[in-house]
Design a protein around this ligand. Structure first.
Ligand SMILES: Cc1cc2nc3c(=O)[nH]c(=O)nc-3n(C[C@H](O)[C@H](O)[C@H](O)COP(=O)(O)OP(=O)(O)OC[C@H]3O[C@@H](n4cnc5c(N)ncnc54)[C@H](O)[C@@H]3O)c2cc1C
Length: 469
């Protein structure tokens, strides 16, 4: 076994968005620093990858991200991607929820949901009980928490949100892990509504927020989301098709081994999804670590069914729709891709991307492609005017699952924090550690880069997340 690169300052495992972002910001803060990235697959980007065929453009993974997080917008500006970006503003694009077998427009924020006629008057009054409901300090599922604070009537909407983000089951996801920001507001103020009102008042007093506040926009690129890792790879020292199999901490730094080589560095960044990181950490040598509370966490896998239609299809304008579990539909929802980002289908055509499977229905992923296409079309046809069958169809089965931050997850995060506090030069970020979205990844990765550049060690202070909707 050869010892490679013992002049490496920082060694990053994983060239998904997290690893590439850590490298980008270290290079920005400390030009000339020696960084190497080891990647087990033959291309960068991890869960982000675009699919092109016959003039259609679909996504294996992420479809976009909101432009309301500084780390992401800085990344775009630094790489010049801001000039290429396609934007779909939330102010213009509506979303739909499937209720009682039909699509209903969802108002763009929780306040407007309450004002709308989607919720009955008694249910609206029950929501106000939040003002008097004593917060329960123990960890709860999202469903139990929402039912306790707001009553059962809002559950389909909450379910739809968690289906759209985690492909998850809100009866298992932990409110403390999934929405720590919301939970903190509730616990600090004794009520979520009161806390949000106070926050808004304080922001207005500081003139941070005006009555004409705009909602953020969804961002992607004309070539698809794959453009993001492609642009970030420039000027990086990346070794592909190299799987790290072991980690060893020694007095001066870190050594990692692949089947072919061994690499040494002062700092080591694991920019991996939770389960990939846990697999490596479980047999790492020389670590000062307490017992990890779990060996792995559940992941939700989905298939994307891309369907292209001619102009006979009458797809309502907007981002797409989501179907809560109670609707018992085949697809979890669908993105109206060509409305959101024009140019994803040949002239005169439209593209829908339906999502199937998720935490609750892994059995659907066992179905062959032709059945998935047939059942998805039959499902969508009941909700959207699609008189003619699709002229294009493709089933994408991403190998990446979405990490599920279910009950017990906060203990794992606390373990991760104590691990990095006790092992100088170790940094752990990536898919599922501080959330699951692209903006969560760029925020955490930027903080890791700031710490490395500043020579700081220990857990990166995590920010309490804002309330997204
Ligand atoms: C189906 C799906 C849809 C999504 N949709 C959205 C969306 O619409 N919006 C949004 O904001 N987010 C979305 N996401 C989440 C988003 O894609 C992730 O937040 C992000 O891509 C995670 O990046 P990462 O670098 O942390 O992890 P990963 O992308 O998992 O990258 C980790 C990398 O490490 C490599 N690796 C693993 N183990 C080793 C090893 N031992 N040695 C060397 N290399 C290794 C892997 O090959 C991989 O390239 C979606 C995710 C999925 C799966």
């Amino acid at each position: 076994m050869k010892i490679m690169g013992n002049n490496i300052d920082t060694l990053i495992i994983g060239s998904g968005l997290s690893g590439l972002t850590v490298a980008h910001f270290i290079q920005k803060y400390q030009p000339g620093t020696r960084i190497s990235i080891l990647e087990k697959s033959s291309s960068p980007g991890g869960a982000i990858k675009s699919f092109h065929q016959d003039g259609f453009l679909a996504e294996w993974g992420a479809h976009g991200f909101l432009d309301n997080v500084e780390a992401s917008t800085e990344l775009l500006a630094d790489t010049g991607l801001d000039k290429e970006a396609q934007k779909a503003p939330l102010d213009d694009f509506v979303r739909y929820v499937c209720l009682n077998g039909r699509l209903n427009l969802i108002p763009q924020n929780p306040k407007k949901i309450i004002q709308s006629n989607l919720v009955s008057l008694p249910a609206k009054l029950r929501v106000l009980a939040d003002l008097w409901k004593r917060p329960l300090p123990e960890e709860q599922t999202v469903a139990d928490w929402a039912a306790y604070r707001f009553g059962a009537s809002l559950l389909p909407f909450v379910d739809a949100v968690l289906t759209g983000t985690y492909a998850g089951d809100f009866n298992r996801l932990s409110i403390d892990a999934v929405f720590p920001g919301i939970r903190k507001i509730e616990l600090d103020n004794g009520s979520l509504i009161r806390g949000l009102m106070q926050k808004r008042k304080a922001a207005k007093a500081k003139k941070q927020e005006t009555s004409t506040r705009k909602l953020p926009a969804m961002i992607s690129f004309p070539q698809g989301m794959g453009r993001l890792p492609e642009a970030l790879v420039a000027d990086k020292n990346l070794v592909y098709s190299t799987e790290v199999t072991s980690i060893h901490k020694y007095a001066e730094g870190w050594e990692v081994k692949t089947p072919e080589n061994s690499y040494q560095a002062k700092s080591l960044v694991l920019a991996l999804s939770v389960n990939q990181a846990l697999a490596l950490l479980s047999n790492a040598e020389g670590l000062t670590a307490e017992d990890c509370p779990v060996s792995s966490i559940p992941e939700a896998r989905i298939a994307t069914i891309a369907l292209g239609f001619t102009k006979s299809a009458d797809i309502p304008f907007g981002f797409g729709y989501l179907a809560p579990e109670q609707e018992k539909r085949f697809a979890l929802g669908a993105l109206f891709s060509t409305h959101m980002f024009p140019g994803r289908a040949p002239a005169g055509h439209m593209l829908l991307e339906a999502l199937v499977g998720g935490r609750r229905h892994p059995e659907k992923l066992e179905l062959p492609d032709d059945v998935l296409i047939r059942e998805t079309y039959a499902d969508l046809k009941q909700l959207i005017h699609l008189p003619d069958p699709p002229v294009f169809s493709k089933v994408l089965r991403p190998k990446h699952g979405i990490p599920q931050l279910e009950i017990g997850y906060p203990k794992l995060l606390a373990w991760r924090n104590s691990l990095v506090n006790n092992n100088q030069g170790l940094y752990v970020c990536g898919f599922g550690w501080e959330g699951i979205g692209i903006n969560d990844m760029t925020k955490s990765a930027k903080k890791v880069a700031e710490s490395i550049a500043a020579g700081k060690t220990g857990a990166v202070e995590t920010e309490v997340k804002g309330v997204y909707f």
